[in-house]
Design a protein around this ligand. Structure first.
Ligand SMILES: Cc1cc2nc3c(=O)[nH]c(=O)nc-3n(C[C@H](O)[C@H](O)[C@H](O)COP(=O)(O)O)c2cc1C
Length: 165
């Protein structure tokens, strides 16, 4: 059931010493690019980073990005702001699709924020040679989890309103 993967998706920050194949990467990107997109513009761009030196650089982006060094692969989710004002929203939908698909494949990742911090974006842009106009939304370090995390529901009745707020 899709809900199993959705509730099973947890932020994974420690990874087993096990590779992620090109085929798996392609499946994850296929899931990402199947996300809904405003006016079907699909402004997303993805950089798949495996190079250890570049991953070390990504890990140094900020205080909470250190796991990029340990993950076998890091997805950098970007968006073309010329193509769509919704680049950030569309990229977020794509990122969630990728994370849920990873869970279904026994993999685990973590959304690492870049947007909306300019200094973080500048760091990633310079490191990976990202052209101006292509914005950086987030990093997703990903691999096989070092330890399982239990699925959980986060359903809260107080967040639900019927007919009127
Ligand atoms: C927009 C966004 C930014 C996040 N940034 C980071 C981050 O920089 N570093 C990190 O370790 N986790 C980050 N997270 C993961 C959250 O900490 C995590 O989703 C939250 O604690 C709930 O845990 P769960 O993902 O296991 O359900 C981010 C999540 C989102 C949605």
């Amino acid at each position: 059931m899709v809900l199993d993967a959705i509730l099973g998706r947890r932020s994974i920050r420690d990874y087993a010493n096990r590779p992620v194949s090109e085929e798996q990467v392609k499946t994850l990107l296929e899931a990402a690019m199947a996300a809904p997109s405003a006016s079907d513009r699909r402004p997303w761009q993805f950089i798949v980073v495996r190079d250890p030196e570049l991953r070390r650089g990504l890990a140094r982006t900020h205080q909470f990005s250190g796991m990029a060094e340990k993950a076998p692969v890091v997805f950098v989710v970007c968006g073309d702001e010329q193509a769509s004002a919704h680049w950030m929203v569309d990229g977020s939908a794509a990122t969630e699709n990728l994370l849920v698909q990873a869970t279904a494949m026994g993999l685990g990742g973590c959304w690492v924020a870049i947007f909306p911090r300019e200094e973080r974006e500048r760091h990633v842009r310079e490191l990976l040679g990202i052209p101006s106009g292509i914005r950086v939304l987030c990093l997703v370090p990903l691999g096989y989890p070092a330890a399982p995390k239990p699925p959980r529901t986060r359903y809260e009745e107080r967040c639900v309103h019927y007919d009127r707020y």
